[in-house]
Design a protein around this ligand. Sequence first.
Ligand SMILES: *Cc1c(COP(=O)(O)O)cnc(C)c1O
Length: 403
Amino acid sequence: MAELNPVGDLHRDTLAVRTAVPRSAYGENSEALYLTSGYVQPSAEASARRFAGDEEGFTYGRYGNPTVASFEQRLAALEGAPAAISTASGMSAILMMCMGLLKSGDHVLCSQSMFGSTIKLIGTDLAKFGVSSSFVPQTDLAAWQAAVRPATRLLFAETPTNPLTEVCDIRALADIAHNAGALLAVDNCFATPALQRPMAMGADIVMHSGTKYLDGQGRVMAGALCASQDLVTQSFLPVLKSAGMTLAPFNAWVVLKGLETLDIRMQAQSARALALAQWLQVHPAVARVYYPGLSSHPQHMLAMAQQSGCGGAVLSFELKSSEPDQARARAFHVLDTLQTLSLCTNLGDTKTLLAHPASTSHGRLTPAQRDAAGVSQGLIRVAVGLEHITDIQADLDRGLTTI
Ligand SMILES: *Cc1c(COP(=O)(O)O)cnc(C)c1O
Protein backbone atom coordinates (compact mmCIF):
# COMPACT_ATOMS: atom_id res chain seq x y z
CA MET A 1 0.00 0.00 0.00
CA ALA A 2 1.09 3.56 -0.62
CA GLU A 3 2.85 5.35 2.18
CA LEU A 4 1.59 8.85 2.91
CA ASN A 5 4.62 10.54 4.43
CA PRO A 6 3.71 12.21 7.71
CA VAL A 7 4.36 15.91 8.30
CA GLY A 8 5.00 17.52 11.63
CA ASP A 9 4.74 21.11 12.72
CA LEU A 10 5.72 22.73 9.41
CA HIS A 11 4.95 26.11 7.85
CA ARG A 12 2.10 26.38 5.33
CA ASP A 13 4.49 26.90 2.38
CA THR A 14 6.11 23.59 3.26
CA LEU A 15 2.80 21.83 3.89
CA ALA A 16 1.61 22.86 0.41
CA VAL A 17 4.37 20.83 -1.28
CA ARG A 18 5.18 18.19 1.35
CA THR A 19 1.90 17.02 2.90
CA ALA A 20 0.80 13.51 2.05
CA VAL A 21 3.02 12.54 -0.85
CA PRO A 22 1.84 9.04 -1.81
CA ARG A 23 4.98 7.04 -2.47
CA SER A 24 5.18 3.51 -3.76
CA ALA A 25 8.05 1.03 -3.39
CA TYR A 26 9.68 2.72 -6.41
CA GLY A 27 10.33 5.83 -4.33
CA GLU A 28 9.09 8.35 -6.89
CA ASN A 29 9.56 11.96 -5.77
CA SER A 30 6.50 13.41 -7.48
CA GLU A 31 3.03 12.47 -6.25
CA ALA A 32 1.97 9.11 -7.68
CA LEU A 33 -1.28 8.82 -9.59
CA TYR A 34 -3.06 5.58 -8.74
CA LEU A 35 -5.53 4.74 -11.50
CA THR A 36 -7.48 1.75 -10.23
CA SER A 37 -11.11 1.09 -9.40
CA GLY A 38 -10.45 -1.93 -7.16
CA TYR A 39 -7.80 -3.12 -4.67
CA VAL A 40 -6.47 -6.64 -4.21
CA GLN A 41 -7.00 -7.70 -0.59
CA PRO A 42 -4.31 -9.50 1.43
CA SER A 43 -6.84 -11.96 2.88
CA ALA A 44 -10.56 -12.52 3.23
CA GLU A 45 -10.30 -11.62 6.94
CA ALA A 46 -8.49 -8.35 6.19
CA SER A 47 -11.02 -7.57 3.49
CA ALA A 48 -13.88 -8.09 5.95
CA ARG A 49 -12.20 -5.84 8.53
CA ARG A 50 -11.61 -3.11 5.93
CA PHE A 51 -15.20 -3.19 4.70
CA ALA A 52 -16.38 -3.03 8.32
CA GLY A 53 -14.17 0.01 8.90
CA ASP A 54 -12.11 -1.80 11.58
CA GLU A 55 -8.86 -1.63 9.62
CA GLU A 56 -7.28 0.97 7.35
CA GLY A 57 -6.97 -0.05 3.74
CA PHE A 58 -8.43 0.70 0.35
CA THR A 59 -11.23 -1.54 -0.87
CA TYR A 60 -13.09 -0.02 -3.80
CA GLY A 61 -12.67 3.13 -5.89
CA ARG A 62 -15.95 4.74 -4.88
CA TYR A 63 -14.85 4.65 -1.22
CA GLY A 64 -11.30 5.86 -1.54
CA ASN A 65 -7.99 6.08 -3.44
CA PRO A 66 -4.43 6.97 -2.31
CA THR A 67 -4.13 9.97 -4.66
CA VAL A 68 -7.57 11.24 -3.60
CA ALA A 69 -6.58 10.78 0.07
CA SER A 70 -3.40 12.82 -0.53
CA PHE A 71 -5.41 15.71 -1.94
CA GLU A 72 -7.78 15.58 1.05
CA GLN A 73 -4.92 15.58 3.57
CA ARG A 74 -3.09 18.42 1.85
CA LEU A 75 -6.22 20.57 1.58
CA ALA A 76 -7.07 19.91 5.25
CA ALA A 77 -3.51 20.93 6.21
CA LEU A 78 -3.79 24.20 4.29
CA GLU A 79 -7.25 25.01 5.72
CA GLY A 80 -6.10 24.14 9.24
CA ALA A 81 -8.91 21.55 9.35
CA PRO A 82 -8.76 18.19 11.11
CA ALA A 83 -10.04 16.37 8.00
CA ALA A 84 -11.34 16.79 4.45
CA ILE A 85 -13.37 14.73 2.02
CA SER A 86 -13.42 15.34 -1.71
CA THR A 87 -16.09 15.11 -4.41
CA ALA A 88 -16.43 15.23 -8.19
CA SER A 89 -17.38 18.95 -8.23
CA GLY A 90 -18.11 21.87 -5.92
CA MET A 91 -21.86 21.35 -6.27
CA SER A 92 -21.62 17.69 -5.31
CA ALA A 93 -19.70 18.75 -2.17
CA ILE A 94 -22.70 20.94 -1.25
CA LEU A 95 -25.06 18.05 -2.02
CA MET A 96 -22.97 15.73 0.19
CA MET A 97 -23.03 18.30 3.00
CA CYS A 98 -26.82 18.69 2.80
CA MET A 99 -27.50 14.95 2.53
CA GLY A 100 -25.18 14.27 5.43
CA LEU A 101 -26.55 16.90 7.81
CA LEU A 102 -30.22 17.45 6.99
CA LYS A 103 -33.47 15.55 7.13
CA SER A 104 -37.08 16.37 6.33
CA GLY A 105 -38.34 19.18 8.58
CA ASP A 106 -34.94 20.87 8.93
CA HIS A 107 -34.25 24.46 7.89
CA VAL A 108 -31.17 25.96 6.15
CA LEU A 109 -30.31 29.66 6.32
CA CYS A 110 -28.24 31.07 3.45
CA SER A 111 -26.98 34.33 2.11
CA GLN A 112 -29.07 35.52 -0.84
CA SER A 113 -25.84 36.34 -2.71
CA MET A 114 -24.69 32.72 -2.99
CA PHE A 115 -23.60 31.00 -6.20
CA GLY A 116 -26.66 30.54 -8.48
CA SER A 117 -26.59 26.72 -8.49
CA THR A 118 -26.30 26.72 -4.68
CA ILE A 119 -29.49 28.79 -4.44
CA LYS A 120 -31.21 26.41 -6.85
CA LEU A 121 -30.02 23.24 -5.07
CA ILE A 122 -30.92 24.42 -1.58
CA GLY A 123 -33.98 26.52 -2.42
CA THR A 124 -35.65 24.21 -4.97
CA ASP A 125 -34.19 20.69 -4.98
CA LEU A 126 -33.93 20.23 -1.20
CA ALA A 127 -37.48 21.59 -0.80
CA LYS A 128 -38.73 18.46 -2.61
CA PHE A 129 -37.40 16.43 0.33
CA GLY A 130 -39.01 18.59 3.01
CA VAL A 131 -35.97 20.73 3.85
CA SER A 132 -36.94 24.41 4.01
CA SER A 133 -34.62 27.36 3.45
CA SER A 134 -34.43 31.14 3.81
CA PHE A 135 -32.14 33.54 1.99
CA VAL A 136 -31.04 36.76 3.71
CA PRO A 137 -28.90 39.77 2.73
CA GLN A 138 -25.23 38.76 2.93
CA THR A 139 -23.98 41.59 5.17
CA ASP A 140 -27.08 42.16 7.40
CA LEU A 141 -26.32 40.27 10.64
CA ALA A 142 -29.67 41.30 12.18
CA ALA A 143 -31.45 39.67 9.22
CA TRP A 144 -29.47 36.44 9.72
CA GLN A 145 -30.33 36.44 13.42
CA ALA A 146 -34.02 37.18 12.78
CA ALA A 147 -34.33 34.36 10.23
CA VAL A 148 -33.08 31.64 12.62
CA ARG A 149 -35.81 29.11 13.47
CA PRO A 150 -35.93 26.25 15.99
CA ALA A 151 -35.48 23.85 13.03
CA THR A 152 -32.40 25.69 11.66
CA ARG A 153 -29.51 23.19 11.39
CA LEU A 154 -27.15 24.94 8.99
CA LEU A 155 -26.06 28.49 8.11
CA PHE A 156 -24.25 28.77 4.76
CA ALA A 157 -22.42 31.78 3.32
CA GLU A 158 -19.82 32.51 0.71
CA THR A 159 -17.33 35.33 1.17
CA PRO A 160 -16.43 37.26 -0.91
CA THR A 161 -19.46 36.67 -3.14
CA ASN A 162 -19.83 36.38 -6.86
CA PRO A 163 -19.95 38.82 -8.67
CA LEU A 164 -20.21 41.82 -6.30
CA THR A 165 -17.55 40.67 -3.80
CA GLU A 166 -19.73 41.25 -0.72
CA VAL A 167 -17.90 40.19 2.44
CA CYS A 168 -19.64 38.73 5.51
CA ASP A 169 -18.33 38.50 9.06
CA ILE A 170 -17.46 34.81 9.55
CA ARG A 171 -16.94 35.09 13.32
CA ALA A 172 -20.30 36.82 13.83
CA LEU A 173 -22.14 34.24 11.69
CA ALA A 174 -20.45 31.40 13.62
CA ASP A 175 -21.79 32.92 16.87
CA ILE A 176 -25.32 33.18 15.44
CA ALA A 177 -25.15 29.56 14.23
CA HIS A 178 -23.72 28.15 17.46
CA ASN A 179 -26.18 30.04 19.68
CA ALA A 180 -28.94 28.41 17.64
CA GLY A 181 -27.38 24.95 17.93
CA ALA A 182 -26.64 25.01 14.20
CA LEU A 183 -23.45 24.64 12.15
CA LEU A 184 -21.81 27.30 9.96
CA ALA A 185 -20.52 26.30 6.51
CA VAL A 186 -18.44 28.74 4.43
CA ASP A 187 -17.89 28.47 0.67
CA ASN A 188 -14.21 29.48 0.47
CA CYS A 189 -13.86 29.32 -3.34
CA PHE A 190 -13.01 32.98 -3.88
CA ALA A 191 -10.50 33.54 -1.09
CA THR A 192 -9.06 29.98 -0.83
CA PRO A 193 -6.99 28.91 2.21
CA ALA A 194 -4.17 31.06 0.81
CA LEU A 195 -6.07 34.17 2.00
CA GLN A 196 -8.79 33.03 4.40
CA ARG A 197 -9.15 30.09 6.80
CA PRO A 198 -12.76 30.11 8.02
CA MET A 199 -12.33 27.28 10.55
CA ALA A 200 -9.97 29.48 12.57
CA MET A 201 -12.83 32.01 12.75
CA GLY A 202 -15.39 29.53 14.02
CA ALA A 203 -16.79 27.93 10.86
CA ASP A 204 -17.58 24.22 11.23
CA ILE A 205 -17.35 23.32 7.55
CA VAL A 206 -15.37 24.84 4.67
CA MET A 207 -16.65 24.01 1.21
CA HIS A 208 -14.56 24.20 -1.98
CA SER A 209 -15.02 24.06 -5.69
CA GLY A 210 -11.60 22.63 -6.56
CA THR A 211 -12.46 23.55 -10.14
CA LYS A 212 -11.48 27.14 -9.38
CA TYR A 213 -8.26 28.29 -7.67
CA LEU A 214 -7.25 24.91 -6.17
CA ASP A 215 -6.66 23.56 -9.67
CA GLY A 216 -5.86 27.09 -10.73
CA GLN A 217 -5.27 26.34 -14.39
CA GLY A 218 -8.76 25.58 -15.65
CA ARG A 219 -8.30 21.84 -16.24
CA VAL A 220 -10.59 19.70 -14.08
CA MET A 221 -13.73 19.68 -11.93
CA ALA A 222 -13.34 18.91 -8.22
CA GLY A 223 -14.94 19.68 -4.86
CA ALA A 224 -14.29 19.18 -1.15
CA LEU A 225 -15.54 19.70 2.38
CA CYS A 226 -13.16 20.40 5.27
CA ALA A 227 -14.50 19.69 8.78
CA SER A 228 -13.95 17.77 12.02
CA GLN A 229 -12.95 14.12 11.73
CA ASP A 230 -16.35 13.21 13.23
CA LEU A 231 -18.34 15.13 10.62
CA VAL A 232 -16.24 13.67 7.82
CA THR A 233 -16.44 10.06 9.04
CA GLN A 234 -19.93 10.00 10.54
CA SER A 235 -21.88 12.42 8.32
CA PHE A 236 -20.17 12.80 4.93
CA LEU A 237 -18.32 9.54 4.18
CA PRO A 238 -21.52 7.43 4.40
CA VAL A 239 -23.12 9.70 1.76
CA LEU A 240 -20.07 9.35 -0.50
CA LYS A 241 -20.16 5.56 -0.13
CA SER A 242 -23.82 5.27 -1.06
CA ALA A 243 -24.30 8.20 -3.45
CA GLY A 244 -20.91 8.01 -5.20
CA MET A 245 -20.00 11.63 -5.96
CA THR A 246 -16.38 10.41 -5.79
CA LEU A 247 -13.51 12.54 -7.09
CA ALA A 248 -11.69 10.79 -9.96
CA PRO A 249 -8.02 9.94 -9.17
CA PHE A 250 -6.68 11.89 -12.16
CA ASN A 251 -8.64 15.00 -11.17
CA ALA A 252 -7.43 14.57 -7.58
CA TRP A 253 -3.83 14.43 -8.82
CA VAL A 254 -4.32 17.67 -10.81
CA VAL A 255 -5.75 19.61 -7.82
CA LEU A 256 -3.17 18.04 -5.47
CA LYS A 257 -0.42 19.51 -7.67
CA GLY A 258 -2.42 22.75 -7.97
CA LEU A 259 -2.25 23.22 -4.19
CA GLU A 260 1.55 23.44 -4.42
CA THR A 261 1.35 26.81 -6.19
CA LEU A 262 -1.89 28.11 -4.65
CA ASP A 263 -0.28 30.71 -2.37
CA ILE A 264 2.00 32.25 -4.97
CA ARG A 265 -0.74 32.26 -7.60
CA MET A 266 -3.22 33.94 -5.22
CA GLN A 267 -0.64 36.57 -4.21
CA ALA A 268 0.35 37.31 -7.81
CA GLN A 269 -3.21 37.32 -9.19
CA SER A 270 -4.53 39.42 -6.29
CA ALA A 271 -1.76 42.00 -6.82
CA ARG A 272 -2.83 42.31 -10.47
CA ALA A 273 -6.51 42.51 -9.43
CA LEU A 274 -5.76 45.40 -7.06
CA ALA A 275 -3.82 47.26 -9.74
CA LEU A 276 -6.63 46.68 -12.25
CA ALA A 277 -9.30 47.79 -9.73
CA GLN A 278 -7.40 51.02 -9.04
CA TRP A 279 -7.02 51.68 -12.78
CA LEU A 280 -10.71 50.98 -13.52
CA GLN A 281 -11.84 53.16 -10.61
CA VAL A 282 -10.57 56.30 -12.35
CA HIS A 283 -11.42 55.23 -15.92
CA PRO A 284 -13.88 57.70 -17.56
CA ALA A 285 -16.09 54.86 -18.94
CA VAL A 286 -16.48 53.13 -15.56
CA ALA A 287 -19.19 54.04 -13.04
CA ARG A 288 -18.23 51.74 -10.17
CA VAL A 289 -15.73 49.04 -9.20
CA TYR A 290 -16.47 46.22 -6.73
CA TYR A 291 -13.29 44.90 -5.12
CA PRO A 292 -12.64 44.25 -1.39
CA GLY A 293 -9.09 45.57 -1.68
CA LEU A 294 -10.30 49.10 -2.50
CA SER A 295 -10.89 51.43 0.46
CA SER A 296 -14.19 52.40 -1.23
CA HIS A 297 -15.53 48.84 -0.72
CA PRO A 298 -18.21 48.84 2.02
CA GLN A 299 -16.59 45.94 3.94
CA HIS A 300 -12.98 46.87 3.13
CA MET A 301 -11.75 46.77 6.75
CA LEU A 302 -13.49 43.48 7.51
CA ALA A 303 -12.16 41.94 4.28
CA MET A 304 -8.59 43.01 5.04
CA ALA A 305 -8.81 41.50 8.54
CA GLN A 306 -10.42 38.25 7.38
CA GLN A 307 -8.46 37.74 4.15
CA SER A 308 -4.80 38.18 5.15
CA GLY A 309 -4.86 41.83 4.02
CA CYS A 310 -5.67 40.84 0.46
CA GLY A 311 -8.70 41.47 -1.76
CA GLY A 312 -8.48 38.31 -3.87
CA ALA A 313 -8.32 37.95 -7.64
CA VAL A 314 -11.93 38.63 -8.70
CA LEU A 315 -13.45 42.06 -9.26
CA SER A 316 -16.49 43.46 -11.03
CA PHE A 317 -17.15 46.84 -12.57
CA GLU A 318 -20.13 48.70 -13.90
CA LEU A 319 -20.05 50.80 -17.05
CA LYS A 320 -21.47 54.31 -17.18
CA SER A 321 -24.76 54.43 -19.10
CA SER A 322 -28.20 56.03 -18.96
CA GLU A 323 -30.40 52.94 -19.36
CA PRO A 324 -30.18 49.08 -19.26
CA ASP A 325 -30.23 48.40 -23.05
CA GLN A 326 -27.39 50.83 -23.59
CA ALA A 327 -25.48 49.36 -20.63
CA ARG A 328 -25.84 45.84 -22.05
CA ALA A 329 -24.69 46.96 -25.51
CA ARG A 330 -21.67 48.69 -23.97
CA ALA A 331 -20.74 45.64 -21.87
CA PHE A 332 -21.05 43.37 -24.93
CA HIS A 333 -18.85 45.80 -26.90
CA VAL A 334 -16.09 45.66 -24.26
CA LEU A 335 -16.26 41.84 -24.18
CA ASP A 336 -16.37 41.46 -27.98
CA THR A 337 -13.36 43.77 -28.40
CA LEU A 338 -11.04 41.59 -26.27
CA GLN A 339 -8.05 40.19 -28.15
CA THR A 340 -5.84 38.75 -25.41
CA LEU A 341 -8.16 37.94 -22.49
CA SER A 342 -10.90 35.27 -22.54
CA LEU A 343 -14.68 35.72 -22.64
CA CYS A 344 -15.36 32.74 -20.36
CA THR A 345 -17.79 32.22 -17.47
CA ASN A 346 -15.35 30.51 -15.13
CA LEU A 347 -12.82 31.78 -12.62
CA GLY A 348 -9.67 30.69 -10.86
CA ASP A 349 -7.51 30.33 -13.96
CA THR A 350 -4.04 31.68 -14.74
CA LYS A 351 -5.71 33.20 -17.82
CA THR A 352 -7.81 36.31 -17.15
CA LEU A 353 -11.49 35.46 -17.70
CA LEU A 354 -14.27 38.00 -18.26
CA ALA A 355 -18.01 37.41 -18.03
CA HIS A 356 -21.30 39.30 -18.28
CA PRO A 357 -23.17 38.01 -15.20
CA ALA A 358 -26.60 39.40 -16.21
CA SER A 359 -26.76 37.19 -19.33
CA THR A 360 -24.85 34.15 -18.01
CA SER A 361 -24.53 33.16 -14.33
CA HIS A 362 -27.57 35.30 -13.40
CA GLY A 363 -29.39 34.99 -16.72
CA ARG A 364 -32.10 32.67 -15.38
CA LEU A 365 -33.18 35.15 -12.68
CA THR A 366 -36.19 37.45 -13.14
CA PRO A 367 -35.31 41.15 -13.58
CA ALA A 368 -36.49 41.76 -9.98
CA GLN A 369 -34.24 38.97 -8.62
CA ARG A 370 -31.34 40.31 -10.68
CA ASP A 371 -31.86 43.79 -9.27
CA ALA A 372 -31.99 42.36 -5.73
CA ALA A 373 -28.69 40.61 -6.43
CA GLY A 374 -27.26 43.93 -7.68
CA VAL A 375 -26.43 42.47 -11.10
CA SER A 376 -26.99 45.23 -13.66
CA GLN A 377 -26.76 44.98 -17.47
CA GLY A 378 -23.58 47.08 -17.45
CA LEU A 379 -21.74 44.83 -14.98
CA ILE A 380 -18.61 42.91 -16.10
CA ARG A 381 -16.79 40.38 -13.89
CA VAL A 382 -13.05 39.92 -14.22
CA ALA A 383 -11.24 36.90 -12.73
CA VAL A 384 -7.72 38.25 -13.01
CA GLY A 385 -5.00 35.84 -14.14
CA LEU A 386 -1.24 36.03 -14.53
CA GLU A 387 -0.84 38.10 -17.71
CA HIS A 388 1.19 41.30 -17.37
CA ILE A 389 -0.98 44.06 -15.87
CA THR A 390 -0.19 46.42 -18.76
CA ASP A 391 -1.51 43.88 -21.27
CA ILE A 392 -4.66 43.29 -19.18
CA GLN A 393 -5.34 47.03 -19.04
CA ALA A 394 -4.62 47.54 -22.75
CA ASP A 395 -7.01 44.77 -23.78
CA LEU A 396 -9.81 46.28 -21.68
CA ASP A 397 -8.99 49.84 -22.69
CA ARG A 398 -9.53 49.01 -26.38
CA GLY A 399 -13.24 48.46 -25.69
CA LEU A 400 -13.66 51.02 -22.92
CA THR A 401 -12.39 53.89 -25.07
CA THR A 402 -14.51 52.99 -28.14
CA ILE A 403 -17.89 52.59 -26.40
C1 LIG B 1 -17.98 27.33 -9.18
C2 LIG B 1 -18.52 27.56 -7.82
C3 LIG B 1 -19.26 26.56 -7.15
C4 LIG B 1 -19.61 25.24 -7.80
O1 LIG B 1 -18.49 24.47 -8.08
P1 LIG B 1 -18.41 23.44 -9.34
O2 LIG B 1 -17.06 22.86 -9.19
O3 LIG B 1 -18.63 24.24 -10.58
O4 LIG B 1 -19.50 22.44 -9.12
C5 LIG B 1 -19.70 26.84 -5.88
N1 LIG B 1 -19.44 28.03 -5.29
C6 LIG B 1 -18.73 29.00 -5.89
C7 LIG B 1 -18.46 30.28 -5.19
C8 LIG B 1 -18.24 28.81 -7.18
O5 LIG B 1 -17.56 29.79 -7.79
